[in-house]
Design a protein around this ligand. Structure first.
Ligand code: NAG
Ligand code: NAG
Length: 395
């Protein structure tokens, strides 16, 4: 039977439309992307931080820890757990403003985002939320690092994509994983901080920073629990630490480099601090994994890690010492994360200071920490020394 011509042209048009529709949608999406996010969102060459990181010529290196930003979609995402009088004018933008104020007040040398950077359940487009949450860091041109929490992957990107996206953002020093090592998770990397330019340690790492992926959730024995740091990660960490300690011994035996570590989910032993003592506030049960993979024993046996910075439990902001290593919470930073009305959102600062030698800087002598509250004055609280080099060491 001969087809009527209108019918043929109808079907051929339909085929054409179906063929080109995805392309048209893709172009529209890209145009919207550019319109809403600006030129920053267009793929192009990354603006990189200058590496290696190094101490300033005044002998200091300062890290701003940002725990649990919990970013959603920005202006339309409401704050949680603020006073009723504050709730009408409070959005994700308040978290951004707080971050900008912290950067301005402290002028850190590195910003460390310790997970739950975006709250996947509220973020409708992971890429857009990543751009929004890290924008103040990128605009400040201060090197920044990030690891993942248990919520980041709940939006539109799996963990591996999130970490590779983060590693490609301006001034990010984050990495997906070490090369040449098979490790569990995404976001396991170390960052070396060299001595000041004009010192004898300009080409030596005097402070090492270990970032680890503590995972998200898992089923263990039929029960839901949080993720944990796996054997493969600890094996890698031990190897990195041995390497760094060996090279630092070769260069300056009197000043072995101390290290700091950053991950999201606390280890089970942090619970013991309730009895052992702490500086700051312990207002919430420790939400850790039911699996104890021996992180504390590993860190203790490595010998170089002096403090660990964690997040996850927004209402805890304390530091406590376990077997000679400080475990410090950042305290909830973001307004879309749960919190407590009238308990200000907060951030932690870590300062490492080099010792003075004869006319030059030596290795790290002291590591201090404090926090600032998001109030009118960015009130500084709970300043404490985490570690001081034993003056007799190496003599
Ligand atoms: C959030 O920001 C708005 C606008 O600047 C401000 O009026 C409000 O007090 C802030 N809310 C909180 C809880 O800081
Ligand atoms: C560090 O390396 C640079 C470049 O290789 C060199 O010029 C400088 O003298 C070195 N400084 C020290 C203290 O070793």
């Amino acid at each position: 039977m001969r087809r009527r011509p209108w019918r043929r042209s109808f079907f051929s048009h339909l085929v054409l439309i179906l063929f080109f529709l995805p392309l048209v949608l893709f172009l529209c999406h890209s145009l919207l992307w550019v319109a809403f996010l600006g030129a920053d969102a267009v793929p192009r060459v990354k603006r990189s931080a200058e590496l290696p990181l190094r101490f300033r010529s005044d002998g200091s290196f300062k890290i701003l820890q940002v725990a649990d930003m919990h970013y959603g979609n920005g202006l339309v995402t409401r704050c949680r757990d603020v006073l009723p009088s504050e709730s009408s004018r409070c959005t994700d933008v308040n978290s951004t403003v707080f971050l900008k104020r912290m950067i301005e007040a402290e002028r850190p040398d590195l910003i460390a985002f310790t997970g739950d950077n975006i709250f996947g359940a509220s973020a409708t487009d992971a890429a857009e939320s990543l751009f929004k949450v890290f924008r103040p860091a990128m605009e400040s041109r201060i090197p920044w690092a990030a690891i993942l929490g248990n919520h980041d992957q709940e939006s539109t990107m799996p963990r591996v994509e999130l970490m590779s996206f983060i590693s490609l953002m301006d001034y990010s020093v984050a990495q997906v994983n070490p090369s040449g090592f098979l490790v569990d998770g995404y976001g396991n990397y170390d960052i070396k901080v060299h001595g000041a330019w004009d010192s004898g340690l300009a080409n030596t790492s005097v402070l090492n920073l270990y970032f680890l992926d503590s995972g998200d959730r898992a089923m263990v024995g039929g029960r839901r629990t949080y993720g944990w740091i796996k054997d493969s990660q600890l094996t890698w960490l031990r190897a990195v630490s041995e390497d760094l300690q060996r090279s630092s011994n070769l260069q300056q035996s009197r000043y072995p480099a101390p290290s700091l570590s950053f991950f999201h989910i606390p280890i089970p032993e942090v619970r013991e601090l309730w009895f052992k003592g702490f500086v700051g506030q312990f207002q919430e049960a420790i939400a850790c994994s039911s699996v104890n993979s021996g992180v504390l024993q590993t860190l203790v046996s490595m010998g170089d890690v002096k403090a660990v910075f964690i997040g996850h439990d927004h209402l805890n902001d304390f530091c406590g010492n376990l077997d000679g290593i400080w475990f410090c919470y950042g305290g909830g930073f973001g307004y879309h994360g749960y919190g407590k009305p009238s308990w200000r959102r907060r951030a932690r600062v870590v300062l490492a200071q080099l010792g003075k030698g004869k006319g030059t800087w030596m290795g790290v002598e002291v590591i201090k920490t404090w926090k600032r509250l998001d109030d009118d004055k960015l009130t500084k609280i709970d300043e404490q020394v985490l570690w001081r080099r034993d003056p007799w060491e190496g003599q």
